[in-house]
Design a protein around this ligand. Structure first.
Ligand code: SF4
Ligand code: SF4
Length: 145
């Protein structure tokens, strides 16, 4: 089997620009594990968390659950210069930028540089680490309704 382009690892280190948490509208989809972790972090039930912080997103037949945004498009949990639920943040956030969609080709990875200044900087993440993120994303099933 052909080795992936990231066989020697990829450099990434978050520069804390908040670009992926703010300014642009987007979805942060939750898995069942995400919901459990976030609800526990905020001492809420799953139902209370869903009611207060989530929105249903029509994916064309099925609905997914996403965190809501503020009026200015910031994530609801972006506060005082950072993520208010950092240690319990959803897997979608924790695994960024090692997403399948960004790792299809070297070009896809390189194209991220313009939106994420942490790409190709700092620590080297091994192929094994990258593939662990990919596997986790596959294992953690997103909530669908
Ligand atoms: S866009 Fe990249 S560098 Fe900026 S906060 Fe997000 S992960 Fe970090
Ligand atoms: S949950 Fe935290 S890390 Fe994820 S988008 Fe919101 S503020 Fe950013």
């Amino acid at each position: 089997m052909q080795e992936p382009f990231y066989k020697d690892g990829l450099h990434f280190e978050c520069q804390r620009c908040s670009g992926c948490c703010r300014f642009e509208s987007g979805y942060v989809f939750l898995s069942h594990q995400d919901l459990d972790r976030l609800a526990l972090k905020l001492s809420m039930t799953r139902e209370e968390f869903l009611e207060k912080y989530c929105v249903k997103v029509d994916m064309g037949g099925v609905f997914r659950i996403s965190l809501i945004e503020k009026e200015n498009c910031d994530c609801i949990f972006w506060r005082d210069g950072g993520c208010a639920v950092y240690d319990a943040r959803p897997l979608q956030c924790r695994s960024y930028p090692f997403w399948e969609s960004q790792l299809k080709s070297k070009e896809d990875w390189e194209s991220l540089e313009s939106s994420c200044p942490g790409v190709n900087k700092g620590r080297l993440h091994s192929k094994a680490e990258i593939e662990e993120w990919l596997a986790l994303r596959k294992m953690e099933k997103l909530i669908t309704i």
